[in-house]
Design a protein around this ligand. Structure first.
Ligand SMILES: Nc1ncnc2c1ncn2[C@@H]1O[C@H](COP(=O)(O)OP(=O)(O)OP(=O)(O)O)[C@@H](O)[C@H]1O
Ligand SMILES: [Mg+2]
Length: 450
């Protein structure tokens, strides 16, 4: 964090100091009381399970300079009406003092994959700090800003959205220099309402750019391509007119993509570390953002060829001759389709299994989207489809209608029964894709098989 006095922080947060020393330096900001130490500001937030206000005493006992609270009265306090809102204001004040180039990333799919690639690429040449894991919302954005300090040259920030109006205040605090939009798709469409609303929600990150800011937009995605930016636009994609392009994309037996990366007049062959053709788009987004941030083509190529995917995203786990594709972190229609294609590619000449659970938050289109994925599995020639959970059943039924036999398409109410079948029937050289929305918790299947 950029060190500030408690007085400066209180002013930024619109908070009142009670029983604390305004001249004390804040050298870390924490939301977990157990992480508090001398110099920490503890921000009391209400979570799903716990309320940080109940732990302010613990944080202060651990040496925190003060606790930012809305209620309670003991110890060194910063009092604000809404500590979460105050946290974002503190983030904005810290941001204003940063010298780093701020790269913000949003989109329906691939934000975390892209964030990690941007960070891997930028870290080859600059002191880089990035969002931790998937901390991409109103807590994660100020948390990420607070991770940076005076030595940080590039700050990479994942920004998620739950609907129109959600990103705007986050982006105002973040003031990105470069805004990346990966794609717009039906992920969480039940929450957004329509694809138009999803597009508007993601465009808020681009709207937040200043006249000197640069929008990095996906030329292969009509909705993203059509976004208007206050300043310069740099596009990426396989589209011929994209500024940063992939040409001659090829997949190897491990579904890893190679392509010719074209930036301006420079052309270099790149092979990605991560599996799946959809990673090409993320890699191009990362290349474009890093290029705008001043990273050399050599640095971009190095970062892209070494950058791995985050846990649970297209992670290839080898267990003897058997290959497990762990994509169990989450699922939406676009990422399901992409993962099935990778399975088909990796499984050439080997038995293939798709072990799939439901895709959450699809609202009225849930039935149609599950149906589409079930049929796609058959059309891609996937050998076995194991569907888990009542909400995923439409996928199973669609596969049967599309021509899969009963022995090939099987439905289970829960993961345990499916694991039992897989233990019995999986061939030693099988390729197995495991994928579903977070709520399905299919990482249990991955654990059981690896
Ligand atoms: N460009 C892409 N197109 C489609 N699917 C993708 C793309 N990039 C990654 N995925 C897949 O989408 C899923 C989620 O990836 P990732 O965590 O990077 O996305 P995210 O946008 O950060 O998701 P979240 O909304 O949970 O933050 C994974 O299964 C991953 O393989
Ligand atoms: Mg994410």
């Amino acid at each position: 964090v950029i060190p500030l006095t408690l007085g400066e922080i209180a002013a930024a947060a619109g908070a009142r100091i009670e029983g604390a020393d305004a001249n004390a330096m804040v050298t870390s900001i924490v939301t977990d009381s157990r992480a508090a130490e001398p110099g920490s500001l503890f921000v009391a937030l209400r979570g799903e399970r716990a309320d940080g206000h109940d732990f302010a005493g613990v944080a202060l006992a651990n040496g925190a300079v003060a606790a930012l609270v809305s209620r309670g009265s003991e110890g060194a306090l910063l009092r604000a009406g809404d500590p979460l809102d105050a946290y974002l204001r503190i983030g904005a004040a810290l941001r204003a003092r940063l010298g780093a180039t701020v790269i913000a990333i949003t989109g329906s799919s691939g934000k975390t994959c892209t964030k990690d690639l941007v960070a891997a690429v930028c870290a080859t040449e600059r002191a880089t700090v990035a969002t931790f894991a998937n901390h991409n919302a109103e807590i994660g954005v100020p948390e990420t800003i607070a991770r940076a300090d005076a030595s940080t040259e590039v700050l990479v920030v994942e920004v998620g959205s739950r609907g129109v109006g959600h990103i705007a205040p986050l982006a105002r605090a973040l003031r990105p220099d470069i805004s990346v939009v990966t794609n717009v798709g039906p992920a969480h469409i039940g929450m957004f309402g329509s694809l138009d609303d999803t597009t508007r929600a993601k465009a808020e990150l681009v709207d937040a750019l200043g006249a000197d800011g640069v929008a990095v937009l996906n030329a292969d995605d009509e909705r993203v391509r059509a976004m208007r930016a206050p300043g310069r636009v740099v596009t990426f994609g396989v589209a011929r007119d994209a500024d940063v392009r992939a040409e001659d994309v090829e997949l190897d037996g491990g579904a890893r993509a190679s392509f010719t990366l074209a930036i301006g007049d420079e052309r270099t062959r790149v092979t990605l570390a991560a599996a799946g053709e959809h990673m090409v788009s993320n890699a191009l987004a990362a290349a474009a953002a890093a290029h705008v941030a001043g990273i050399s083509v050599a640095g971009i190529v190095k970062g892209l060829s070494e950058g791995a995917t985050p846990p649970g995203r297209m992670q290839v786990v080898q267990s003897g001759a058997r290959t497990i594709i762990d994509d169990a972190y989450n699922a939406n229609p676009d990422s399901m389709a992409a993962a099935l294609k990778a399975l088909a590619q990796m499984g050439r000449g080997r038995p293939t299994w798709a072990v799939l659970g439901h895709m959450a938050e699809l609202g009225d289109s849930a039935l149609e989207e599950h149906d589409r994925i079930g049929r796609m599995a058959v059309r891609l020639g996937v050998g076995n489809l194991v569907t888990i959970g009542a909400e995923a059943k439409a996928m199973h039924e669609a596969a049967r209608l599309e021509g899969m036999f009963g022995g090939e398409a099987r439905f289970f109410a829960d993961a345990d029964a499916a694991i039992e079948l897989l233990r019995r029937e999986l061939e030693p050289d099988a390729v197995v894709l495991v994928k579903a929305s977070r709520a399905a918790g299919l990482e249990r299947v991955v654990e059981a098989l690896s």
